[in-house]
Design a protein around this ligand. Sequence first.
Ligand code: SF4
Length: 388
Amino acid sequence: MENLNAGLYLHVPFCLRKCPYCDFYSIPVKISTSLEKNYLNALNFELTLLKSFLEEKFDIKKISFITFYAGGGTPSLLSPHFYENLFGFLAKNFEFSPEELTLEANPETLTLEKTKAFYKAGFNRISLGVQSFSQKGLKFLGRLHSVKDNLKALDYILKAGFKNFSLDFIFGWKGQGEKTLEKEILKALEFKPTHLSFYELTLEKGTPFYQTFKGEKYWIEDKKLIKFYKLIENTLEAYGYERYEISNYAFPKFKCKHNLIYWKIKPYLGLGPSAVSRIENLRWENPKNFNHYLNTLLKEFKLPLKIVESLDNYELAKEYIFMGLRLKEGVSLNVLKEKFNYNIPKVKLDILIKKKVIEKKKERIRLTFEGKLLHNQVTSFLWESLCN
Ligand code: SF4
């Protein structure tokens, strides 16, 4: 491969405080100029080493980044100046004119001035973690911001000139009823976001919530959850959003280009602790430890990455099914055959069609509404059905 067109992800491993449900890698810190400087140095060095690594391993001569996504952690804790510097380095050393540059932001970290400066630095998309428009919900989730902060942040985003922004929600928290959820959705729609994400609250092992609730969301039954999913889908579709991925809704032309790279298994590079990269059939991961990450780069002058997998055709086919089923466009049986040399027997597909969890149109299969609720189970069934 001579030229690589890839998405670029930056993990910002800093938060003001840890939320009790969160299992993303981040550390609670107070941001200082020296911390930003150290991180920036490490990132620049990581990029330089990655360039040589890619050239050696894959014979890549030219790297173009087609999307940029700052996720976390809390990327909006860093100063706009930090990103200006990083973008400057990227433009100098790579082809860097991404169509989409997303910043994940937490409401309490934004001011009008800062939001304007993020825009000026080059970001053209913000994903705002409002999580809930209910004060009760924010309290349960242990968030540091209030509903008022959400509204203020939205005002800044609009005033700063962002035309493309997403609102992130968590639903299924204790005490949330259908009426509350509906109110929250309608409140969000007043701002006409181009994109919305709705994630069901999950209790992840190792989080304080998992311990507190002993791994069980005893306050919500499946029936109620299904109603929530229906309410979200029906309301958003009525307002012109497309459920293009299990948890993501967008106006036409506003699907998240960067996340589509993951779902469509295209090449991406990840920078920073815990970030994952994927080129061809190789996947690697950085350590989930900020100091280890810094020391390996700045003291040992080495890439901190660990190759986690070199995927064979069977693994690639499994990954294609898992990701493809998340998307509205589903899985192409032709691609499965031609690219990975795997089939799914008709009898197996018929079982799922009869159960109304998938539908088949020509050579594509995709999940129905019910199927989306059972994504993992359907995926496992299809994996077990794969044959050459
Ligand atoms: S702010 Fe986001 S990344 Fe940080 S702890 Fe909370 S949910 Fe996790």
